[in-house]
Design a protein around this ligand. Sequence first.
Ligand code: AP5
Length: 212
Amino acid sequence: MKIIFIGPPGSGKGTQAKRLAGRFEIPHISTGDILREAVADGTPLGMQAAPIMTAGALVPDDLMIGIINDRLAKSDAQRGFILDGFPRTVVQAEKLDTIVGNGNDTLRVLQLLVPDDAIVRRITLRRTCAQCGAIYHLENNPPASDRVCDRCGAEVIARPDDNEEAVRKRLEAFHRQTLPVATYYKAKSILREVDGIGPVDEVFERIEKSLQ
Ligand code: AP5
């Protein structure tokens, strides 16, 4: 099972990908998480990516392709994987074809549909665990205590790119650079569109149905 999630920022890719990874027992590979870890560790990649991410722009293709190439070569990804946040440009999608092989029969691409006006509210009220990556929402799914992760007890924070200005830039990047990726997979007849509005459980049910 090789699954790709495409969707605007805040559409629920991370929330749903984590659940699906548990269901199929395959790794959830989030390029955003990989980059945030590099930023936290102060690696050269992290130092290059930090200002780009904070501004809501995309990190260069060659860096992202190198990251995914290395990650998909690991043994746990041989049974399958869920990609969350990659590919985000047509160049990345074409490169992914060469990495996974053109046997696209096992590749399924899920596009989460959420209108722009719902996005800003979702993102500005999102909180994320700095340690385990658990995702909360102050209205829809708050942690028991505002600042502490229910799962691991670490601090729950707002991401530096979760402010209104950066979110608008991320949405613009999505429309200009990532929507053509959906068109790319539609032309290959492997794209499934899923309505991302509604309770998380309902969206998950739709995803499961679309994979049957
Ligand atoms: P990344 O981390 O991938 O961010 P993103 O695509 O902007 O997506 P988000 O993580 O913001 O949202 P999500 O769709 O996962 O939503 P979530 O489940 O958290 O990338 C960050 C940055 O890294 C990029 O801007 C770029 O700079 C760089 N980058 C990463 N990959 C790259 C690549 N391949 N190429 C170039 N640059 C790259 O949900 C959001 C909120 O909504 C949460 O609070 C959640 O609780 C809530 N929620 C979820 N589902 C629902 C629901 N059904 N109803 C109500 N609320 C819900």
